[in-house]
Design a protein around this ligand. Structure first.
Ligand code: HEC
Length: 148
């Protein structure tokens, strides 16, 4: 065999290919077996993840509490209660998320206060997963079980 040129049957080349395939498989395996947040989006009465609740609580207190109160019991003239809210409790997480994405302007027939609910609570940089965490936090205030 000539040195320097790699023929398709070159054992070094075959070995490199094997190492490459092995490496890629290993990386794929590591990736696929990583624990992921398997919390389904629509859990209303099921077990809620503590991590999501905690992240949601922080966001709620910094964004939503200004109008809805630190305990989500509402503030007269600013925002409705989110505890024992039929609107909230009768909707799936996806439906509440869809609501939060657009908010509720004063000309919406569902608006009862004459005050607008701003889209994403007025923080347009909140992602959908941020909002889902807030929803999960609110579920926990409304009596849905946590896993701790
Ligand atoms: C600037 C004030 C303000 C902020 C901030 C705000 N809201 Fe609201 N929200 C309102 C008002 C006012 C309403 C009620 C509008 C109406 O229907 O009369 C409302 C309504 C709602 C409703 C519907 C309640 C019902 O029973 O109809 C939900 C759910 C809600 N807000 C969630 C949130 C969440 C979650 C956040 C934070 C991401 C947030 N809001 C931030 C003012 C606010």
């Amino acid at each position: 065999m000539k040195t320097g040129s790699a023929s398709p049957t070159d054992p070094n080349l075959l070995m490199s290919a094997l190492v490459l395939v092995g490496g890629v498989t290993l990386i794929l395996l590591i990736f696929l077996t990583q624990p992921r947040n398997t919390q389904p989006a629509s859990v209303s009465t099921a077990v809620l993840s503590e991590a999501a609740i905690s992240a949601g609580r922080t966001l709620f207190l910094t964004v939503c509490a200004a109008c809805h109160g630190p305990r989500a019991t509402g503030i007269q003239g600013l925002g409705k209660p989110l505890v024992d809210s039929a609107f909230f409790n009768n909707r799936t997480d996806e439906e509440v998320l869809a609501f939060l994405q657009v908010g509720r302007p004063v000309d919406d027939p569902l608006n009862t206060t004459g005050i607008p609910m701003p889209a994403r609570g007025g923080r347009l940089n909140l992602t959908d997963s941020d909002l889902l965490n807030v929803i999960i936090y609110l579920r926990s205030l409304n009596g849905a079980a946590t896993n701790q």
